[in-house]
Design a protein around this ligand. Sequence first.
Ligand SMILES: Cc1cc2nc3c(=O)[nH]c(=O)nc-3n(C[C@H](O)[C@H](O)[C@H](O)COP(=O)(O)OP(=O)(O)OC[C@H]3O[C@@H](n4cnc5c(N)ncnc54)[C@H](O)[C@@H]3O)c2cc1C
Length: 486
Amino acid sequence: MEEFDVLIVGAGISGIGAAYHLTHQRPGTKFVVLDALDNFGGTWWSHRYPGIRSDSDLHTFGYRFKPWNGPPIATAEEILKYMGEVIEDNELDQHIRYYHKVTFARWSSEKNLWEIEAKRTDNDERHYFTANFLWMCQGYYRHWEGYTPEWPGREQYQGRIAHTEAWPENIEYTDKKVVVIGSGATAATIVPAMASSCEHITIIQRSPTYFRPGRNQDDLAETLRQLDIDDRWIHEIVRRKILRDQAIFVRRTFTEPDKVKEELIEGIRTLLKPEIDVETHFNPEYRPWQQRLAFVPDGDMFQGINSGKVSIETDEIDTFTKHGILLKSGKEISADLIITATGFNMNVLGDIEFRIDEKPMVFSDTVTYRGMMFTGIPNLLWVFGYFRASWTLRADLLADFVCRLLAHMEKIGANRVDVELREQDRNMELLPWIDPKNFNPGYLMRALGKLPLRGDKPEWQHTQDYWREKDEIPAIDLSGSEFIYK
Ligand SMILES: Cc1cc2nc3c(=O)[nH]c(=O)nc-3n(C[C@H](O)[C@H](O)[C@H](O)COP(=O)(O)OP(=O)(O)OC[C@H]3O[C@@H](n4cnc5c(N)ncnc54)[C@H](O)[C@@H]3O)c2cc1C
């Protein structure tokens, strides 16, 4: 049994950020980072499909504390290099253990600490840890499996099937006929990366997605670089500009959704040849930002469509056939390779079995405090980023919060912190984790029943509003009656 003050689950961008902030804001804290994979990076390490890249700009997806010096949209390799520098420059390696999948965590009220079991993914050994605080940086989806809907006739298909989340190493697609099932950011990434090698790619989508084409260059950053401005200044200035522009855009998706929708579709129409049926393939039924908007750097996906190498079918799959896919419309698409870019299965709290003392913890019975802490679960914080802004903005904000909370507990001599509904919250209506009218991607809808409840006040929900939280989270009064210390 190894003893730590803080145990961080996950060595993705959130977990490495957590380790950085602990080292700088709480030097002397004894902590460990456990990750089930064999390297740091999380999303950027586990995804191997061609063209894998961010769809957020790296000025805001990058950490607040480390300038980003490249073009805004980055490849997985570039993001891993950036994270590797954070690890190296801050000697974080000594704190990270790979191949450690946390399988069990029990809070002991008697000892005021978490007892944690991790299974080694390389040799099945069990390792045991204790920690006073559990910092959950496990992301939101299972890295070890993607979501694949049930399709009839799958077994009779004689070609190869690959999921973007479990990309096989030896896959050959040169001069092959390829089908990509699913639209959204993943399809928008993989299709341009593969198009030049394949004979043809057909995207089959049940319904259209919003795409936002733009240049992969930030003019302000370029100008500041030419003026020899310090990297850190450029990072901060460009972040502020991007965040202001995004705030205006997000607000408009609520105040004038029809106009924004029209602008987005018009932006695509101007990039496509007139014979492409924009109404059918690029006109989503939902409001902009009800699901993630897919950024298309330099419009690369549309170039493939214009060249005839890429086509889109907006239709439902009737059945897989021996040689491809039969659509409900009766059209058959033949394929040597079918790529399923059909999304995720949610990984709720790392798929870890939790107990509070002797009782199994039922996450869906808890109420969330700002989407980061939960009633009935002491000394635990979950990093769940933003959908409409870069994830890492919240990872940084929550890291400051944890460090402040730990310092406060030290100051008042507390070993345990719980969040509890206050007197004024007692009659508050409790609702599902997220309002589907507001944001409704498939993986969240499928997992809604497993997620905590939210209240109707901002303190008791994940507002998904960076622009509000950037001021609210640093101002949280840790002596407030929602915090119970022991
Ligand atoms: C292809 C793709 C592109 C994306 N692009 C963007 C983007 O541009 N902008 C954006 O904001 N978001 C993007 N996202 C969302 C993205 O996942 C997050 O932004 C971010 O990378 C999440 O970082 P994280 O560290 O919180 O989680 P992850 O990157 O998911 O890392 C979590 C880590 O925790 C580990 N882990 C999980 N459970 C356990 C356990 N029980 N025990 C031990 N280890 C465990 C995993 O192995 C993993 O390494 C993208 C997602 C995908 C899939």
